[in-house]
Design a protein around this ligand. Structure first.
Ligand code: 13P
Length: 263
């Protein structure tokens, strides 16, 4: 039985005081449903968010990490520093990092290895561009990203990961993948994990979906057998909408278009 995971990736949004306000309002709105919740604020707000979520079921995640332990790497943050500030998760290989900051499958691999070594659970992001989907190359892209990103990892290490399937064409576009379409990719990923790390661990790895998740579409996505949660960008910045995503399946509150994450 996999525990669902709902993670909010705030990307480069919110100051420390915005973050405090958002998290203080969010916590009392979270139902006691089964889902694990992760908040990934920018580095500058990690400490403030950690102070507020301490003792709750909400966990802290970072949006990036470097693979070295310490040293002359101006501007970088090590896995141990993330653990030190309270993180238990770290997002690795997000498509925005691949596109704007030169992240490659090789650097992703190093970051995953270093994070696991320090007890952080990586959330590895994979997903295809629209032209790759149109050419029928979705599974080839996923296979490359998984194969190179997870190179050299033991089945035990792989079992500690979360995989986020984020089709790039669905990120920030309002074009969510159809639940069945997303599930197909999740099934492919699970099949790949089974072949490379054995049945038992592949059954327990959570594969979550990201790309224009909103309070309106979360229930349909979560109803799919192989979708174990969501990695939410824009809609995780609005307190009511994100609370509804976390409390998926709960009675539907009336939300403003903004609260529903519609831009
Ligand atoms: P949106 O939910 O804004 O489409 O972003 C998804 C994402 O990139 C989460 O990591």
């Amino acid at each position: 039985m996999r525990t669902p995971l709902i993670a909010g990736n705030w990307k480069m949004n919110k100051t420390i005081s915005d973050a405090r306000e958002m998290v203080s309002s969010l916590l009392p709105m979270i139902d006691s449903n089964e889902a694990e919740v992760v908040l990934a604020p920018p580095f500058t707000a990690l400490g403030a968010v950690n102070d507020i979520i301490r003792g709750t079921k909400v966990k802290l995640g970072a949006q990036n990490v470097f693979w070295e332990e310490s040293g002359a790497y101006t501007g970088e943050i090590s896995p141990r520093m993330l653990v030190d500030i309270g993180c238990s998760y770290v997002i690795i290989g997000h498509s925005e990092r691949r596109e704007y900051f030169g992240e490659t499958n090789t650097s992703v691999n190093k970051k995953i290895v270093a994070s696991l070594k320090n007890g952080l659970s990586p959330i590895l992001c994979v997903g295809e561009k629209i032209e790759e989907r149109e050419k029928g190359k979705t599974f080839d892209v996923l296979e490359d990203e998984l194969g190179e990103g997870l190179k050299g990892l033991t089945p035990e290490q792989i079992s500690k990961l979360v995989i986020a399937y984020e089709p790039i064409w669905a990120i920030g576009t309002g074009k969510t993948a159809k639940p069945e379409e997303a599930n197909e990719s999740h099934l492919f990923i699970r099949g790949w994990l089974k072949d490379s790390s054995g049945t038992e661990s592949s059954k327990n790895i959570r594969i979550i979906y990201g790309g224009s998740v909103t309070p309106d579409n979360i229930d349909g996505l979560m109803a799919q057998k192989d979708i174990d949660g969501a990695l939410v960008g824009g809609a995780s910045l609005q307190v009511e909408g994100f609370a509804r995503i976390i409390n998926y399946k709960s009675p539907y509150p009336s939300l403003s278009p903004q609260g529903r994450g519609l831009r």
